[in-house]
Write a protein that binds this ligand. Structure first.
Ligand code: MG
Ligand code: ZN
Length: 446
């Protein structure tokens, strides 16, 4: 066992050394920046930003141990330039005071706009409720096609942040506006997150949340229509399953709504309990075939955007949402499967970047989360589960940031960030989440 692990570690180390040599060679040849996989200072044509919601270092390590082995490497581990990122948000009533444990709305706002806000806000300022311009909007001003992909509802906080401005993340559909009366169209506002995603004419919108788009618009030129009907009137090809997604032709705007709420998870297993559940193996491949995988959605989004971009390039955000949602629920198999599904989407992005080398790929999380690896025979006070990994060893995972049965908490530690392509070296060291906005803005010269 030990010899096998050591060999795997050595193999990974020599692969890393080779990458470093290749990077040094590419960097040393002068002004061929766009062909340099490890960075280069030249502009990027395309940017693909991949977010694992709640994907902290512990979630990545659990997934690596389970599926690649303790000495193995996931695809996201092969990103040549890596750093750490602070994720804190700020208090609504005192915007100069940090909130050390942020939510997905404030964090999505941070990289989307370059500004800190308070938990729950979507690309609006704390206290004063002003709209903050997003990186997606800047890309659109340059006539770049844009895309937004998520396994959550498309109106959930992470996919909402680049495409909308509302006072509360709860204002997802036109009939969900109780906490944002000032944003309703009948009050002269921009409408719900679903309405704004369509009114922004984001070229590719793929995910869950059909229930939000079936709601009726209350005012404005689309009054009385559902958001889906309004989208069709704006030229969207609206599709509801995997076959429909495959049928979308380049040149068409695409709205894919594959489930009423969040999309299904791909792996299932026993939830964590006290005493610990398991030892267990996870049941993989459980997602219904009529729901596309994150990798399938990512591949289709890239195909559609790259075709319509021509020489202008595109901006695409991709999110694996239920790493977070299943970490809240103390479900180690579900959480890990969603991270492995993210890793497959990262492979799609990196494969595209290999043929279209002026593509900046950034992979990171919005915030860290609960799950921790602890000693196999320990007795932690929270809910735990013992997973039997692909390499045949037992790994105890525990959840201890909320009482057993309650929703586990996000955590406030820094998260990993990795990148490849033009300007990728900007992520090295300790950066802040708002720096992602500046990195993408500089890379695309927006
Ligand atoms: Mg999210
Ligand atoms: Zn969460």
């Amino acid at each position: 066992m030990r010899g096998r692990l050591l060999r795997a570690t050595l193999a990974a180390a020599s692969a890393a050394a080779l990458l470093a040599v290749a990077a040094a060679a590419a960097g040393g040849t002068g002004n061929d920046g766009p062909r340099d996989p490890s960075g280069g200072s030249g502009p990027a044509k395309n940017v693909i930003l991949v977010i694992g919601d709640g994907m902290g270092a512990s979630e990545i390590t659990i997934a690596r141990n389970y599926a690649a082995g303790a000495g193995g490497r996931l695809t996201l581990d092969t990103l040549p330039l890596t750093g750490q990122m602070t994720t804190y948000s700020v208090e609504e009533s005192e915007p100069d005071t940090p909130d050390y444990d942020p939510d997905s709305a404030a964090t999505g706002t941070a990289w989307s706009t370059g500004e800190k806000t308070s938990d729950g806000r979507i690309s609006t300022t704390p206290l004063t409720d002003e709209d903050l311009t997003t990186i997606l909007e800047l890309a659109q001003r340059r006539a770049m096609p844009t895309g937004d992909v998520s396994t959550a509802e498309l109106t959930d906080a992470t996919p909402a942040s680049p495409v909308s401005h509302v006072a509360s993340r709860t204002c997802q559909g036109p009939e969900d506006m109780a906490e944002c009366p000032q944003d309703e169209k009948s009050a002269g506002g921009p409408g719900s997150i679903a309405e704004q995603s369509i009114d922004h004419e984001v070229d590719v919108l793929l995910g869950g949340g059909r229930q939000r788009y079936e709601q009726f618009i209350d005012a404005g030129p689309d009054a009385g229509k559902t958001v889906i009907e309004a989208a069709e009137d704006k030229g969207y090809d609206v599709v509801f399953d995997t076959a429909g997604l495959e049928s979308v032709q380049p040149g068409q705007k695409a709205l894919g709504l594959f489930t009423p709420g969040n999309m299904s998870v791909d792996w299932t297993g026993l939830p964590a309990t006290n005493p610990p559940s398991g030892p267990q193996r996870c049941d993989e491949g459980q997602r219904p075939a009529d729901e596309p995988s994150l990798a399938q959605m990512t591949a289709k989004a890239i195909e559609l955007l790259d075709t319509s971009a021509g020489r202008r390039g595109f901006f695409l955000q991709v999110e694996s949402a239920s790493i977070d949602k299943r970490d809240h629920a103390a479900e180690p198999c579900e959480q890990t499967g969603e991270l492995i599904n993210l890793d497959e989407a990262v492979k799609v992005a990196l494969d595209f970047a290999r043929s279209s080398r002026d593509t900046l790929v950034i992979v990171t999380a919005d915030h860290a989360h609960t799950s921790q690896i602890v000693e196999r025979d320990s007795e932690p006070p929270g809910a735990s589960s013992i997973l039997v990994t692909d390499e045949g060893a037992e790994m105890m995972v525990t959840y201890g940031t909320a009482p057993i049965g309650a929703s586990q908490q996000h955590t406030g530690v820094t998260v990993p960030v990795g990148a490849s392509g033009p300007r990728a070296r900007s992520v090295v060291g300790l950066i802040d989440q708002t720096d992602i906005f500046d990195i993408i803005k500089a890379a695309l010269r927006l």
